[in-house]
Ligand binder design. Sequence first.
Ligand SMILES: [Zn+2]
Length: 243
Amino acid sequence: MNHDLKQLIRLQTIDLAIQELRTRIDKFPGISKALDEKLRSAQAALESAKEKAKSNQSTRKKLESEISSIETKISKYRDQMMAVKTNDEYRALQHEIEHAQNAIRRIEDEVLNLMMDAESSQVDIKAAEARLKEDQRKVDQERTQLIEQNQRDLSALESYLKERKGLEISISSDLLPRYERVRKARGGIAVAAARNEVCEICQVRIRPQVFQEIRRNDQIIACDACQRILYNPENLDHPFEVA
Ligand SMILES: [Zn+2]
């Protein structure tokens, strides 16, 4: 097999792998950030449940202080009753007291409702906390996998780049720029398999005589249509060459 051809096939394989690794490495920060977003909704639910409990508590405090100020008023009315001179005045105060007592009962009902709400708020908080914890666990697990993948990618990239450097010096000096030129112009692929008299990438038919030459893999032959260097995948030195 032609030595340059063999090296170019490997170079192409490595370049595609490098491209794939770089794409994934570039995506890593974005995906990592998206994982934080996943926690947002559970965090927001917990915050809103806590907020509700807090506002319930402050409303209750306010109502309780209203009750105690009405009670103060009632005891003043009672003091005044001791000093009244007429029945009318007495009845008017009695009426005020009844009115104030009714108000207290209404407020107490409200407080009771708020206390029941507070209990269900506590249940909501517990549920939101559990959900957040579960989401956090999942996100941590995903992040661990993501970081491991990223580390594998970085080390694979490093070893491919190293191998590429070695290949660059082993390929004939005129071929490497040609490879780079075609690769740049042709969507990252400069070496293509030829099968059944067709260039596998551009699908253009190869003349039978040229195809016979390509089959031997002993010289550098380019596709007339796309300029990619062609090789016969069934005649490699060993089957894992391209892998
Ligand atoms: Zn072609």
